[in-house]
Design a protein around this ligand. Structure first.
Ligand code: DC
Length: 232
């Protein structure tokens, strides 16, 4: 008898620089899944705060978030805020510095999580961030927690910034990562932590492809519908 076709949901968490965005994008490509970069949504809210000068006016920012429109295109590679392409703006040093403080606000998390769950209903998905395995999709079919040493994560971020001609030092990047780790793991609402049932993957010294292959080896898609397939 033919088994019913379902959607597959893969949730992945980890600290900054653990490789989860690149890995999740590649897994999405290989398995034909929707890719959700949840950090990009908190970054979009940070851009919204900066553009409207309400970084410290939280009630006003919450109002703006409730009425804003965030959407992705090119399967998560581009992000639009109220129809404006902000894919570059979300990666500026200013946003990097501010985003953890914006992401710790509970009412903002409630709005963003609601939006993420709606996206999750669109079809088979791989979603990555800090609270995907614990809060957003606790019912995910597969859960992964990616990690790497602080030194390795700083090195990766530094090399990425160098390739974008951003003038910085390895020491500065490492310190920024430590600060963000501290904020992300100690905040009151939805702190970064490992879900009991997540598979832990230490990516230190591993290539992206090695991690991608490992994850795919753990995932069985036999009875799931890929987003590129037509529904009956
Ligand atoms: O993954 P990233 O570096 O783009 O995330 C940016 C910030 O957003 C990070 O400091 C933590 C926050 N974030 C969050 O609180 N919850 C998520 N699910 C994803 C990111």
């Amino acid at each position: 008898m033919k088994k019913p076709v379902n959607h597959i949901k893969i949730a992945m968490d980890g600290p900054a620089g653990s490789g989860k965005s690149t890995v999740a994008q590649k897994v999405a490509e290989k398995l034909g899944l929707l890719y959700l970069d949840s950090g990009a949504m908190y970054r979009a809210v940070t851009v919204l705060a900066i553009e409207n000068g309400v970084e410290t006016n939280i009630p006003e920012l919450i109002k703006l978030v409730k009425n804003c429109h965030i959407e992705f295109s090119e399967n998560g590679k581009s992000i639009f805020l109220n129809s404006e392409d902000i894919s570059t703006q979300i990666r500026t040093p200013e946003v990097n510095t501010l985003v953890a403080d914006i992401a710790k606000i509970q009412q903002i998390r409630i709005e963003i999580v609601r939006h993420q769950r709606r996206i999750g209903e669109e079809g088979s998905i791989i979603a990555e961030g800090r609270d995907l395995t614990t809060i957003v999709f606790p019912d995910a079919d597969y859960k992964f927690y990616l990690d790497a040493s602080v030194k390795e994560r700083a090195k990766r971020r530094y090399e990425e910034l160098q390739s974008q001609n951003v003038n910085t030092t390895l020491e500065f990047v490492e310190e920024a990562i430590r600060t963000r780790d501290e904020k992300d793991t100690t905040r009151e609402h939805s702190p970064l932590r490992t879900s009991q049932d997540a598979i832990r993957v230490d990516t230190t010294g591993k290539t992206i492809d090695e991690v991608v292959d490992y994850i795919i080896s753990k995932v069985s898609t036999e009875n799931y519908q890929h987003r590129t397939e037509k529904k009956d």
